[in-house]
Write a new protein. Structure first.
Length: 204
């Protein structure tokens, strides 16, 4: 759901669906027809892309039923390699590499799901992460997303995605596109853009 809408809204979508169907237990979801899911999305205006995302949710429910024995946690049980979990997420309709690595990262970082390796968990650059990497001068001002991903791999090859949340929070809370709050940012004493004021903040 976390696509071209605010993260807070995306993460509320399961809650909104649960209110409509009386809970978020998997059996309730499996009993829903595609038309019912689509109706909820459209009626409650859950997403910018209600048709696409309702179809993706329906197909995800079917895939969990068919491939993972009605239990999504089977995707990451038994301490698999991070490569395996990312690949499994990529097999879901509508999931690209950014969402697959972000989902795997959330499992490892926030839910402490153990993996055999963490090297396939890349950073998932959005506008905030990109801005922070550039202002910290970890990459050049014209660096593309691939350069940022490989820079994170170079900095911490065992777990490159570890940078993702901190850069996102810095970008969201302090390192804003205009009028950044450098004095309250905990990276200000290390940030060349803050120390030297040699970057046009409005341009990043």
């Amino acid at each position: 759901m976390d696509r071209q809408i605010r993260a807070e809204k995306a993460w509320l979508i399961p809650y909104e669906i649960a209110k409509e169907v009386g809970g978020f237990e998997f059996k309730r979801l499996l009993d829903l027809k595609y038309e019912e899911i689509k109706d909820i999305f459209i009626r409650k205006k859950l997403h910018r892309f209600n048709d696409i995302m309702s179809k993706n949710l329906y197909l995800a429910i079917q895939k969990i039923h068919e491939d993972y024995n009605d239990d999504a946690s089977n995707i990451w049980k038994y301490k698999p390699k991070s490569e395996t979990v990312v690949r499994r997420f990529l097999e879901f309709k509508g999931v690209g590499i950014k969402i697959a690595t972000m989902a795997t990262n959330i499992l490892a970082r926030d839910f402490k799901i153990p993996f055999n390796t963490y090297s396939a968990i890349d950073i998932s650059p959005d506008v905030h992460v990109i801005r922070v990497f550039k202002r910290l001068e970890l990459v050049s001002q014209d660096a593309n997303i691939e350069v940022i991903i490989y820079t994170a791999r170079e900095l911490n090859p065992e777990y490159p995605g570890i940078f993702d949340l901190s850069c996102w929070e810095i970008g969201r809370n302090w390192c804003r596109p205009k009028n950044p709050d450098c004095k309250n940012c905990y990276m200000s004493s290390y940030c060349p853009s803050s120390i030297n004021k040699n970057v046009s903040f409005e341009s990043l």
